[in-house]
Design a protein around this ligand. Structure first.
Ligand SMILES: Cc1cc2nc3c(=O)[nH]c(=O)nc-3n(C[C@H](O)[C@H](O)[C@H](O)COP(=O)(O)OP(=O)(O)OC[C@H]3O[C@@H](n4cnc5c(N)ncnc54)[C@H](O)[C@@H]3O)c2cc1C
Ligand SMILES: *[C@@H]1O[C@H](CO)[C@@H](O)[C@H](O)[C@H]1NC(C)=O
Ligand SMILES: *[C@@H]1O[C@H](CO)[C@@H](O)[C@H](O)[C@H]1NC(C)=O
Ligand SMILES: *[C@@H]1O[C@H](CO)[C@@H](O)[C@H](O)[C@H]1NC(C)=O
Ligand SMILES: *[C@@H]1O[C@H](CO)[C@@H](O)[C@H](O)[C@H]1NC(C)=O
Ligand SMILES: *[C@@H]1O[C@H](CO)[C@@H](O)[C@H](O)[C@H]1NC(C)=O
Ligand SMILES: *[C@@H]1O[C@H](CO)[C@@H](O)[C@H](O)[C@H]1NC(C)=O
Ligand SMILES: *[C@@H]1O[C@H](CO)[C@@H](O)[C@H](O)[C@H]1NC(C)=O
Ligand SMILES: *[C@@H]1O[C@H](CO)[C@@H](O)[C@H](O)[C@H]1NC(C)=O
Ligand SMILES: *[C@@H]1O[C@H](CO)[C@@H](O)[C@H](O)[C@H]1NC(C)=O
Ligand SMILES: *[C@@H]1O[C@H](CO)[C@@H](O)[C@H](O)[C@H]1NC(C)=O
Length: 599
């Protein structure tokens, strides 16, 4: 079905590198596929479609190159890659009533690889129940856990940890893929708290059981963190799917600094029941605008905030809301930007007696420089910088007979799923707050995993270069606040394990005094944040449903030639940090596209 002529014409003038910094280098303005956003989802689509050499793909990436960015490459430095850096969109959220009206930063990667280049590297797929629920919501059994296994494996390349230690007892080998594209590994440098946490799971096995592998379908329990790291350096969508082995394909073109501003229907298409889209307008460095044509499809992979923004700017959204901004409606889809779910996070720092914590690195510039030097001069990389912030984390349920369930039905995805998460960090970490300049700490994060609140993304302006209004609705529902209070109390109980005796000195400052439930809730409201897992803003729903934005094949309802492949399509936030779910969705989406064009 594809045109055999299209690709060669383009390629005649292509230079060897397919990564372009400027429109002037671009060999043409017509491609089979145009992918908006070279992030987590977009990179998978670009890679898989260009496996066929006769198919041409252009990726428009608004952000900058990922090359040579120390804070992106070095895992422990991830917290310095954003927010408010050259690699960030610099977004903030609207005032959050659940957070005392505060407006925290909400980072998103403005760089090739998208948020997979700036995230905190944990690799978590979610639970069996999450995917079975997506199958039920969408009416497509293909989204179930069992059916997705081949796509999970296609993404994953499980590799030895940086220090090559014996990983027996730290994961379930049969649950993993070893020949996929994106590298995954276990922690590669021992931290001071690893064995304390593991021992505490033995002491408190009933409430806080050890989970050998949270990526094997049942997340419940505490286990070793798997991370998107290869030989001690970040494995992102940019270094894997768009890495050296693929970026030189002559049919793959990636243009940086190219900000898509609108999609347009095909002016020559015969008017039918569906609107056929084929044009993407973009601006280079937010200045000169150009149009590119997609002969087959446009794939939107701009992420949970920018994809709905681009849809609305293009006249796809709630008709009434668009009219109030003077945007003519092409497709009246009121679910665009609605139904956002996210994970609210609260940091619980403890003062510790040990000195082998990340604080000793970050508080001492001599030590930090020496550790970066040691990391840089070794391969596989060595030293304490080879891991992200957390080497252990866990997913836990409220008790079955918790009185809260008399008021609200249980919103968790099922028995293999959690209500909250505990994340263990060997040092001080509190998003939005500066770290103390002295001292040693351990932080346990309490995250709400089964929120009832739903947020939204709406347009503030028709200017594509301003941010949309982002409302993640953090702690905006009484159930969500109840869960976070329960999770903070759980963190405190866990810290009483005998393994921590002599190590933990006490809770750090503000939350030391928060003892009643009301005080703990106020601590959560005054220090809480997001852990940046927003999904659902271009939600999939059954074909023909009255709500939703995309069909189960991720095509925009009522349109031709326009698909969404990123976190926006995921209906409900999973029992996971969201990069692996996006990779998994994108691997299946690539198959949809290949099948529908027989390529
Ligand atoms: C700081 C941080 C930490 C996180 N930590 C973790 C973690 O440890 N583990 C985990 O699993 N998940 C984590 N996440 C979440 C996870 O990284 C994201 O959910 C996931 O990467 C989103 O993938 P995506 O494809 O939807 O969007 P992205 O990967 O963000 O890709 C969107 C891309 O589109 C580009 N773009 C946007 N608008 C336009 C436009 N108009 N024109 C052209 N290009 C455009 C962007 O620049 C970006 O490259 C974290 C996220 C953040 C921000
Ligand atoms: C975010 O801010 C940084 C530093 O101020 C800047 O370099 C970067 O370009 C900004 N990002 C965007 C998308 O404008
Ligand atoms: C790793 O440890 C396990 C159990 O402790 C042991 O059975 C196995 O032989 C070890 N593997 C290697 C390669 O040493
Ligand atoms: C963990 O527990 C084991 C056995 O119960 C004990 O031998 C070991 O010293 C403990 N380790 C730590 C760091 O507490
Ligand atoms: C792109 O095409 C659309 C629709 O044909 C048109 O309205 C718009 O002005 C074009 N933009 C550029 C930069 O040519
Ligand atoms: C569309 O937006 C309007 C105005 O914001 C709102 O009142 C209405 O409920 C929305 N429609 C739907 C179907 O969500
Ligand atoms: C939000 O999603 C639920 C299913 O999870 C659906 O029933 C509801 O209609 C959606 N709401 C909107 C506004 O899209
Ligand atoms: C800072 O680090 C250097 C190098 O590791 C070390 O020699 C020095 O003692 C450290 N300073 C402090 C105050 O810990
Ligand atoms: C790593 O070493 C190379 C030279 O081998 C140098 O160019 C680069 O700047 C170093 N990076 C860091 C983060 O020190
Ligand atoms: C929304 O637009 C108004 C008016 O231009 C502006 O003052 C405000 O800062 C914008 N809000 C955000 C969150 O960007
Ligand atoms: C905690 O309470 C004590 C005693 O009331 C007080 O002295 C201290 O300042 C409080 N700490 C914080 C961080 O609020």
């Amino acid at each position: 079905m594809y045109s055999k002529l299209s690709a060669p014409i383009l390629l005649a003038s292509a230079c060897s590198a397919a990564l372009y910094e400027s429109v002037s280098q671009l060999p043409g303005f017509a491609y089979d596929f145009v992918v908006v956003g070279g992030g987590t989802g977009g990179a998978v689509i670009a890679n898989r479609l260009t496996e066929n050499p006769s198919i041409s793909v252009l990726v428009l990436e608004a952000g900058v190159s990922n090359q040579g960015a120390t804070n992106i490459e070095v895992p422990l430095l991830a917290p310095f890659a954003s927010p408010q850096t050259a690699y960030d969109w610099n977004y903030t959220v609207v005032p959050q009533p659940g957070l005392d009206g505060r407006t925290p930063a909400y980072p998103r990667g403005f760089v090739l690889g998208g948020s997979s280049s700036t995230n905190y590297l944990t690799y978590t797929r979610g639970s069996r129940d999450d995917y079975d629920r997506y199958a039920a919501i969408s009416g497509d059994e293909g989204w179930s856990w069992d059916a997705l296994q081949p796509y999970i494996k296609r993404n994953e390349r499980f590799t030895p940890p940086a220090d090559g230690h014996n990983t027996t007892g730290q994961f379930l080998p049969s649950a993993h893929g070893y020949s996929g594209i994106n590298a995954v590994t276990l922690p590669g440098y021992p931290t001071a708290i690893d064995h304390l946490v593991v021992n505490a799971t033995q002491e408190f096995g009933d409430e806080f059981p050890f989970n050998l592998d949270m990526n094997a379908g049942d997340v419940v329990g505490i286990g070793w963190t798997q991370e998107t790291i290869l030989n001690g350096a970040r494995s992102s969508a940019a270094t894997s799917y768009l890495g050296d082995s693929f970026i030189h394909r002559p049919n793959l073109h990636v243009l940086l600094h190219a900000h898509a501003t609108q999609v347009f229907p095909d002016a020559n298409a015969k008017s039918g029941k569906q609107i056929a889209f084929n044009t993407v307008e973009f601006a280079e460095n937010r200045q000169t605008r150009y149009n590119v044509t997609a002969k087959k499809e446009i794939v939107l992979s701009a992420g949970s905030f920018n994809t709905p923004q681009l849809l609305m700017l293009s006249g796809i959204g709630n008709k009434t809301a668009l009219a109030s901004l003077g945007i003519p409606t092409l497709l009246d889809l009121p679910s665009v930007g609605q139904n956002m779910s996210d994970h609210p996070l609260v940091a619980n720092p403890f003062v510790v007696s040990g000195t082998q914590t990340s604080d000793s690195i970050f508080e001492n510039s001599t030590r930090l420089a020496a550790d970066i030097q040691a990391w840089n001069s070794s391969y596989p990389h060595e030293g304490p910088l080879v891991d992200g912030l957390t080497t252990l984390l866990g997913w836990l349920r409220l008790p079955e007979n918790d009185p809260i369930f008399e008021t609200y039905p249980d919103p968790s995805a099922g028995p293999h799923s959690s209500h909250y998460e505990l994340i263990f960090a060997n040092g001080f970490a509190m998003p939005g707050s500066a770290s103390p300049s002295t001292g040693n700490y351990m932080t346990i994060f309490s995250n709400v995993i089964s929120p009832i609140a739903r947020g939204s993304v709406t347009l503030n302006s028709t200017d594509p270069f301003t941010q949309p209004l982002i409302d993640p609705a953090l702690l905006a529902h009484p159930f969500d606040t109840y869960v976070v209070v329960s999770a903070i109390k759980a963190a405190r109980r866990f810290a009483t394990a005998s393994a921590f005796k002599g190590y933990i000195t006490g809770p750090y400052e503000a939350w030391a005094n928060a003892t009643t439930d009301d005080e703990i809730a106020e601590y959560a409201r005054s220090t809480g944040n997001s852990v940046w897992h927003a999904v659902g803003t271009a939600c999939m729903s059954p074909k023909g449903a009255e709500w939703g934005v995309v069909d189960p094949d991720l095509k925009i309802k009522g349109a031709q030639g326009l698909r969404v492949v990123d976190a926006s399509v995921i209906p409900i936030v999973p029992n996971a940090h969201t990069q692996a779910p996006v990779y998994i969705f994108a691997e299946r989406a690539a198959d949809f596209i290949k099948k529908s064009w027989k390529i």
